[in-house]
Write a protein that binds this ligand. Structure first.
Ligand code: FEO
Length: 387
């Protein structure tokens, strides 16, 4: 387990979680990394740690550079255990090290998780000099917990950004230039959509601060380190934090006997007829975290469900609960679905879309039993007319 040198006196000492496939309900098909960084100077500093089950790996990487007992500071940018989970292990080696964390939330969160240590609370604007390197702290609350902060090193022009700009992406390369840019941007979008989107307002504030810094390298706590492609990820964050959407659509549904599926196809055709790019998501085959990645930049959302036991299908309900929690705003939406009798599901879906605050551009479309081609053509025409 070797460290990776990222600058003259700075090393990546994190862990690669190749096999991670689920991050509290978010599918991580490409795994992830937990990035921790060791800065060698008059005072030796560790920036963040790794998920607890990788603690030995991190200690081994550190030990190849320096005796962990010599660590003076542990900067904890974020309390969530994927980054703080190995603090107790590190502190076994260097019990007198100071844990630098945000005031008051970082201290409160770390104490609640791990108990009393030698905490050094810092506020936005505070800095810490360790010799040739200085660390400046910027609090970024709710990106992604109340305690979050980022750490900027002006001498190296590196921003240790923690969750911001991260991606769940396991790779042998540590830098953006070693990996396929389209894939890491896709994973960065999925990460933003599923983790950061509810806090876009706070992320926008953090992004404004970050923009004012002179940065050569953004080292997040997940995925690759941004170097050459910093302008690309900053452009994306400008769009995502602004909530700006594109003229495109998603059609999300589940079906029992293909009737709602046929309706979904007719809805898709309505978007195609109006030359609006559209994606089709059967909830039996697509995970909600992948669909949300597209929701982030899509203006239109159509959701369909047949009726089962007087309700929408549980898959559709789960998607709508997830959607509502992530709070994408300013979307145009409508509901559709087939039924045998009762048919309550379609109104329930529409109600949920209203509760998300969406502009309902088309009254709910309900069809009994199996739709005829004429009925499907009418759906296509209705959808196209509403756009
Ligand atoms: Fe990667 Fe909010 O933890």
């Amino acid at each position: 387990m070797k460290p990776a040198q990222i600058r003259k006196d700075i090393y990546w000492v994190g862990a690669i979680d190749w096999s991670l496939r689920n991050f509290h309900g978010y599918t991580t098909s490409r795994g992830s990394t937990y990035n921790a960084f060791l800065v060698m100077d008059e005072k030796i500093t560790l920036i963040d740690t790794v998920k607890n089950n990788f603690k030995e790996e991190m200690i081994e990487r550190i030990s190849r550079i320096v005796d962990p007992a010599k660590i003076d500071y542990v900067i904890s940018n974020h309390v969530e255990p994927d980054h703080s989970g190995s603090i107790p292990e590190v502190m076994k080696y260097c019990p007198n090290a100071k844990i630098v964390t945000s005031a008051p939330q970082g201290v409160k969160g770390l104490k609640a998780h791990y108990g009393d240590y030698n905490y050094m609370p810092v506020k936005g604007g505070d800095s810490l000099n360790i010799g040739k390197h200085t660390f400046q702290f910027v609090q970024t609350p709710m990106v992604h917990w109340p305690d979050n902060m980022v750490t900027y090193c002006p001498e190296e022009k590196i921003l240790f950004s923690n969750d911001a700009f991260g991606q769940h992406f396991a790779s042998s390369g540590r830098f953006d230039i070693e990996e396929d840019l389209s894939i890491i941007l896709e994973e960065a979008q999925k990460y933003y959509a599923n983790i950061v989107m509810p806090y876009s307002q706070q992320a926008a504030g953090a992004y404004e601060v970050v923009k004012t810094l002179d940065i050569d390298m953004i080292a997040p706590s997940h995925g690759i380190i941004w170097t050459k492609n910093i302008p690309d990820i900053l452009d994306k964050y400008a769009q995502w934090t602004s909530g700006k959407v594109e003229e495109k659509a998603i059609v999300v549904f589940d079906s029992m006997w293909h009737s709602t599926e046929r309706m979904a196809n007719a809805v898709v055709q309505g978007f195609i007829d109006k030359k609006i790019p559209v994606k089709f998501y059967d909830l039996k085959e697509n995970h909600r975290s992948d669909i949300i990645t597209e929701v982030l930049t899509s203006k239109y959302i159509a959701v369909g469900s047949p009726t089962l036991n007087n309700n929408m299908l549980p898959t559709v309900a789960a998607f709508l609960v997830y959607l509502k929690g992530l709070t994408p705003k300013d979307r145009k939406a409508f509901a559709f679905g087939s039924y045998g009798w009762g048919g309550q599901s379609i109104a329930q879906v529409e109600e949920q879309l209203k509760e998300c605050g969406y502009d309902i551009i088309l009254d709910k479309i309900r069809l009994q039993y199996f739709p005829t081609q004429q009925q499907l053509d009418e759906i296509t025409e209705k959808v196209a007319a509403a756009l």
